[in-house]
Design a protein around this ligand. Structure first.
Ligand SMILES: CC(C)(COP(=O)(O)OP(=O)(O)OC[C@H]1O[C@@H](n2cnc3c(N)ncnc32)[C@H](O)[C@@H]1OP(=O)(O)O)[C@@H](O)C(=O)NCCC(=O)NCCS
Length: 241
């Protein structure tokens, strides 16, 4: 099957499995964009023999690496829209999906995505610098369009290590968790989003806050753990008086 169709099919299947159809705003039209071309220049040798696909609407270089000691990526899909800052993407295992929409501006942005895991950042989310997004174990990190991220944002889909209950040795923390951020959400300096986060649209996260629960829209959430400190607000990127 042609690489483009294979990539689109894999994404459609994943979106359905995750039940996130209703959150998607700009991803569907991105996937239909005729400018998405298969890119292969400058990619590591293993990329080409393992049915990995990179479709991009931009000439920006994409740095793809793999996680040392983990299985080499296979059947992974990366989609990059137009006008995207060059990302560093680390993949491991099978069937990772990373989608960066049009005008995603993330200087020094780094995305790590493990097997069967999904990172989607929709159009026009911009960061000051250095965001780190880490999704693993079948987890999902979804970011709606028009987000504004200050510097040093950290988003993790799970804790990366097991916490075990002494009585039965079962894992008690999320394995492959979910982070869902709806459209037009502003994350303040050094904010951290942990598994279980759901941020409603037009909301704000305060500086150095840690979120790990569903939080309502049009509100400000701040502190560790973040609590809603103000409701019935929105925000504007312009620094209006
Ligand atoms: C959250 C924020 C937007 C302010 O919102 P606000 O509605 O004006 O908040 P207030 O200052 O009235 O504070 C409301 C309460 O939240 C607390 N609070 C505010 N920001 C907080 C933060 N970052 N962490 C913990 N608590 C915070 C206040 O102490 C106050 O608590 P109280 O009611 O117990 O006194 C601001 O404090 C903030 O964190 N801005 C970060 C912006 C940023 O990172 N900009 C970089 C450019 S992108």
């Amino acid at each position: 099957m042609e690489a483009q169709s294979r990539a689109r099919l894999a994404i459609a299947k994943r979106v359905e499995e995750l039940g996130i159809q209703d959150f998607l705003r700009t991803t569907k039209s991105l996937l239909m964009n005729e400018d998405l071309k298969v890119m292969s220049n400058g990619l590591p040798d293993w990329w080409h023999v393992n049915e990995n696909v990179l479709l991009s609407a931009t000439e920006a270089p994409v740095r793809i690496a793999t996680h040392q000691g983990e299985p080499v990526p296979q059947r992974s899909v990366i989609i990059i829209g137009k006008n995207v800052t060059p990302p560093t993407i680390t993949l491991w295992g099978a069937c990772s999906i990373v989608i960066l929409g049009n005008d995603v501006y993330m200087p020094d942005g780094s995305y790590s995505c493990g097997p069967n895991s999904t990172i989607i950042i929709e159009d026009k989310t911009a960061a000051t610098s250095g965001p780190r997004v880490n999704c693993r174990n079948g987890g999902i990190i979804f970011i709606g369009s028009d987000g504004l991220w200050s510097a040093n944002i950290r988003i993790f889909s799970d804790d990366m290590h097991a916490i075990l209950n002494l009585s039965d040795n079962k894992r008690i923390n999320d394995f492959g968790g979910k982070v869902i951020v709806e459209e037009h959400v502003w994350l303040g300096y050094d904010a951290m989003l942990l598994p279980g986060t759901q941020l409603g649209r037009d909301s704000i996260v305060g500086a150095r806050s840690v979120v790990s629960k569903p939080m309502p829209s049009n509100s400000i959430h701040a502190g560790i753990p973040a609590k809603t400190v103000r409701s019935d607000v929105t925000w504007d990127k312009a620094d209006l008086p």
